[in-house]
Design a protein. Structure first.
Length: 94
């Protein structure tokens, strides 16, 4: 379950998620650009109308994550188990 934190219309560039993760919560209309989320534990995060561009999400832990209308563009998605998400509506563009 996500915390009461709600982030809206924010942008993160070149973020190393494991070294400096944003607080657990709901992220609405946010953009993540060239961020390294490889191996990150994303439990409790809710992403709605967000965009991930040129990010590395390889082997991230998606158990219970919510992705609603999330767009992945040019991202590395190796080893992800989207079946572990709470909901799975997403689009992946190369």
């Amino acid at each position: 379950m996500a915390s009461d934190l709600i982030m809206e219309d924010r942008e993160w560039n070149d973020l190393d998620w494991k070294a400096s993760p944003p607080p657990v919560g709901s992220y609405d209309q946010c953009r993540f650009i060239r961020c390294d989320l490889s191996g990150a534990v994303l439990r409790g995060y809710h992403f709605t109308d967000c965009q991930f561009s040129d990010c590395d999400l390889s082997n991230a832990d998606l158990l219970g994550v919510v992705f609603n209308d999330v767009l992945f563009t040019g991202c590395k998605l190796t080893g992800l188990h989207f079946e572990d998400c709470h909901s799975i509506p997403f689009a992946a563009l190369s």
